[in-house]
Design a protein around this ligand. Structure first.
Ligand code: NAD
Length: 436
């Protein structure tokens, strides 16, 4: 079994580290955030992710998983160092990616290294970054470093499952150290997971292309939902009808308020930058972000049309999707920001796990509730913004007793319409004629 050090213990680093320990490797997860590491050492998981706590505890107990703030503790005992730090957008207008965290890691590795090592880049990085890291390490270090691009495709909310059951593993390298990297993923290879060996640039581009394609699918189905509303078609049936075609596939065909999260927006912006740099004539890639921003505006305006000023709007769901506490670029928050800017409403919110993160963004501009029905009390409109189970199961009778006006706008198409119609609610639902 291999000794692995993971640099960056966020959504990707922590899940990758824990899951690689679960497959039998000895893993140390490093982060420069002292609080995070102290919490993890005390077996407290700093993010919300199904199944992560149990696997973490199990692997700490098996002595396969450790946490530290010091790279020097494990670097020179490791076969592999995996970089999983953040790569946010540095400049929204140009899509330039902030590679500072990556560069800091590379400098630190070069400074502390006293043996040959494999450097795996798990972070999503612009094409050419891994080649540049290889050149820098060749220059800065006296030891042989082999840089491999190994983008991660896990989804927040189902991250542990996704890591343990990948559709494919992409490995971009110059061909050196294939044996050790195959050993890293031996459990997956034995189970028949498809391994795609490519060069580093292709591996990097595969990640951007995957996210841009999925974001485009979301944008496409949202436009089909708008068409359905106009012509009286049923978007659920339409999604089923086109998604049953294997060439299209059924995933990412749920209409909604637009896409968000820490990856799609930033990765599409980075791809747009690449389009500009390479002077490619692109209409499709460039339109993905524009359409998504217009989506937030359209939904916000729809909400404003359904509720008079000075009334109360209850927003149910703050995270960008169910199953995570991540609120980065959440459509729900973009919509709230629009409502605050363009209207005068009292906004009450509820989210099962995202509230604390949201407070950092919206502070006291909205009210926060731990009880869904309390958030809806006195509301003239309830907006279902995230597809949480608890939102799927809302009791129309209980809601009717606390709301001022019986209006519900289901942005995710998850409520039991019959149940609400029976209780005299006016329902607005994406992809259907109003009250249909
Ligand atoms: P994150 O912000 O949750 O975590 C990054 C961590 O790195 C933080 O804990 C931070 O403290 C730490 N860090 C920063 N600099 C450091 C340093 N020099 N040394 C040690 N630790 C350092 O980020 P994330 O969401 O896990 O994303 C990481 C990368 O994975 C990004 O490139 C992202 O695009 C990519 N990715 C993310 C997802 C996802 O769903 N979040 C999925 C696939 C790929």
């Amino acid at each position: 079994m291999l000794k692995i050090t993971v640099l960056g213990t966020g959504y990707v680093g922590l899940v990758s580290g824990v899951c690689l320990a679960e497959t039998g490797h000895h893993v140390t997860c490093i982060d420069n955030n002292n609080k995070k590491i102290a919490a993890l050492k005390a077996r407290k998981i700093p993010i919300y992710e199904e199944g992560l706590e149990a696997l973490t505890t199990k692997n700490i107990d098996l002595d396969r998983l450790k946490f530290s703030t010091n790279l020097i503790d494990t670097l020179n005992e490791s076969d592999i160092i995996m970089i999983a730090v953040g790569t946010p957008i540095a400049d929204e207008s140009t899509g330039t990616v902030n590679l500072n965290y990556i560069n800091e890691c590379v400098s630190e590795i070069a400074k502390l290294l006293s043996k040959n090592i494999i450097v795996i880049v798990k972070s999503t990085v612009p094409v050419g970054t891994c080649d540049n890291i290889q050149k820098r390490l060749d220059k800065l270090s006296n030891f042989e470093c082999v840089v491999i691009s190994n983008p991660e495709f896990l989804r927040e909310g189902t991250a542990v499952y996704d890591f343990m059951n990948p559709d494919r593993i992409v490995l971009g390298s110059d061909g050196r150290e294939k044996k050790t990297v195959n050993q890293l993923y031996s459990k997956f290879i034995e189970e028949g997971t498809k391994i795609i060996y490519a060069d580093r640039r292709t591996a990097e581009l595969i990640k951007y292309a995957s996210n841009a394609f999925l974001a485009m699918k979301v944008g496409f189905i949202n436009e089909m939902a708008d068409i359905s509303e106009k012509v009286g078609a049923d978007i659920k049936k339409l999604s089923e009808g086109i998604g049953s075609d294997k060439r299209i596939g059924s995933k990412f065909l749920n209409p909604g308020p637009g896409f968000g999260g820490s990856c799609f927006p930033k990765d599409v912006k980075a791809l747009v930058k690449l389009v500009s740099e390479t002077k490619i004539n692109s209409n499709i890639i460039k339109s993905i972000i524009k359409a998504n921003i217009e989506r937030f505006e359209k939904i916000s305006k729809d909400i404003m049309e359904n509720v008079q000023e000075c009334n109360t709007i209850a927003i149910l769901g703050l995270t960008y999707k169910a199953g995570t506490d991540d609120i980065r670029d959440s459509p729900s928050i973009e919509i709230i920001k629009y409502l605050i800017k363009h209207g005068r409403y009292k906004i009450k919110t509820y989210d099962p796990v995202g509230t604390e993160n949201c407070k950092k963004f919206l502070s006291d501009q909205v009210e926060y509730y731990v009880d869904l029905y309390k958030a809806c009390t006195g509301a003239s409109l309830v907006v279902i913004a995230t597809e949480w189970d608890v939102c799927k199961k809302i009791d129309a009778v209980k809601l009717k007793n606390v709301m001022k006006d019986l209006n519900i706008y289901d942005l995710r198409g998850i409520i039991d319409k019959e149940h609400f119609l029976k209780n005299n609610f006016k329902i607005r639902s994406i992809g259907y004629k109003q009250n249909a």
